[in-house]
Ligand binder design. Sequence first.
Ligand code: MEV
Length: 315
Amino acid sequence: MTSTLAISAKGVGKVILGGEHAVVYGAPAIALPVPSLATEVSLKETPTPGIHIFLDHYPGPLVLGQSEDPAPAFLSKAVSVALEALEVTDTPSVSLSIHSSIPIASGFGSSGAVSVAVIQAFFRYFGRNLTPEELRRLAHEAEKAAHGQPSGVDTAVIAYESPIWFRRETPVETLPIGRPLTFLVAETGLRSSTREVVNYVEKKWRRDPDSYETLFSRIGETVTAMRPALGDPQALGALMDLNHQLLVSMGVSSPETERLVMAARESGAWGAKLTGAGWGGNVLVLTPPELEQAIATALITAGAQHVHPLTLGNA
Ligand code: MEV
C-alpha cells in the first residue's frame, strides 16, 4: 500500500569519538549521533511519472532514471537500493524533497544521512517497517557508491541514532552513556573528500604496512580503552588526545585542525581530536561543562567557522 500523504524521514549527523581510518582495517570505532544536525526528506505521490528529486541549492528537480542521471551516485543508489529491497519494479511517480542542515564534506556524515533518510522515507511510503539494523545494511549499500569501500561506521551510527561500538563484520552495539558528556564540534571550514583521504591512507599502508598496521592496532587499543572510560570524562579526554596523535602520525591532520586542537587544550578541554576522515573537517572537543562557553570562544578565535554543542547522556 502506498501513501497519498507526504511522508517524512530524517538522517542525523555523526561524529567519530575514536577509531576513524583504523576501522576500515578491522579495528573498533566509537561513533556518536549529532541530533542537532539533520537531513530531512519528504516524499509524496505526484501525477508526473518518475522520481523527481528537489535538493537544497540545486536549480530544479533531478529526474531519476531518465537519459543522463545527474544525481549524486549515492542518492540514485539509495533510491534503487530501497526500491529493490521493497521489491517495487515499476518506478513510482513521486517527488522527493531533501533539505539538510548538515554541512557537506565536513566529517558529519552528510551522504550517509541522505541515504538513511531516503531509504526510510521509501519504506514508510510503501507502509513497511525497518529495524535500525535493516536500515543500516541498506544505507551501507548506498554509501559504497559514495565512498568506495567505507567501513560502514557512518551509516551505522546514523541508522541507530545512538552512540555505537562498531567493528566490521560484527553486530553493532549501542552504548549507554550515563554521566553526561559535554562535547563541542568545531568546524575548520576546510572541506575534504572522505574517499580521497581513505585512498591516501591505503596508499601509505601499502607502501609501509608494518608502520601503518602498528598505528591501526594502537588506535584499536585506544578505542577499546575508551569504552569503559565513557563514564570518566578526564580519562576519556586523555584517550582522545592519544587517538589524535596517532591520526597525526598517519598524515591526516591539517594546520587548521592543529590550531583548533591546541586552542581547545590550552583553554582547559579534557581532550580534543580530529574527527572523521581529516584533512580539515571537524575537531571534537570534550569539555568540562563549566568551560563550555570559554572553550567555544577560544575555538572561534583560533579560526573555527562554527562550533556545535553536543551533550550526550542522562542529566
Ligand atoms: C569517516 O567518517 C570514517 C573513516 O574511517 C572512513 C570509514 O570508516 O569508512 C575515515
